[in-house]
Design a protein around this ligand. Sequence first.
Ligand code: ADP
Length: 318
Amino acid sequence: MSPELKMYQPSTQSDACTYMWACAICDENETCQKDKEGHSRWLVAKRMERIDYKILVMSNKGGVGKSTVSTNLAVSLALKGYEVGICDMDIHGPNIPKMVGAEGQRLKISTGGGIIPHQAYNMKIASMSFLLQNSDDPIIWRDAYKFEFINQLLGGVEWQDLNFLIVDLPPGTGNESVTTIDLIGEVTGCVIVSTPQEVALLDARKSVTFARDSELPIIGIVENMSGLDCPHCHEHIEVFRMGGGEASAHDMQVPFLGRIPLDPEVVRQSDYGEPYALFHSDLPTADAYHNIANQVDDFCKKKGSLVQIATKSPFKKK
Ligand code: ADP
């Protein structure tokens, strides 16, 4: 059986561990037989303790640019010289690999038994997409499988020492988000992404309430797709209106992290697998991403002393 299949193969024996390849690195092999859930949690905790900051990127609504913000936030932090990982927790719409040019890649298993994350642009990446035989395949899983998958992405993957793990949550406040938050334990903060129109803002407000109810520190709201400067006539068009994200942030008394314009180049670069903030690092839209990354960085620095691991990032700004 291939390792990928083993990953989400349900155990045939009720008392056997389904994370078989992880047993090689597990000090608790014996106790795991008695307490599988406790063992999985131990493995996640072991991985997470080597990561300085765990940042969730969330939105209650799909299609508002959450994965794009996650990718460009991660790239901007990597540009600052940090070691960064992206955990694509969007089981049903795993788009991060496409956005970093890693579509069709498969995760490999290390000799130690863990899952080796894919490397792209000096970042470590793990996603459901790496497990699909065919990118057109839909994922139709019951909650128990999803739970195991989330466990694997957090605990099975060898994230090793990271400054930041950017977790791209699926839209909504459902089981996947709750399980992820529960397993990570100490989430450093969350970034809420919204577009400026009323229907999206209603959802963003739900995300704020969800974060508060889950006792997640809120880093702030990002207003994405905020105004388009027409590349042809240069007229400024408020396609999804403007300013709603900032007004909501003010109303809900959470920080506003800034606006990212609706920029056709962002779509093009994402589709090419070349993160915009890296390939157009000096353009205004990239500045918006860098500005958000700086605020995330500042937020984290205030939370604790961040040890910068990577000082030799190949694309570090001079
Ligand atoms: P989500 O993760 O919220 O479902 P995505 O990040 O997948 O959303 O983005 C949805 C689509 O919108 C993608 O095609 C992406 O390229 C595009 N997009 C995201 N942000 C912007 C932006 N600022 N300008 C233009 N297109 C964007």
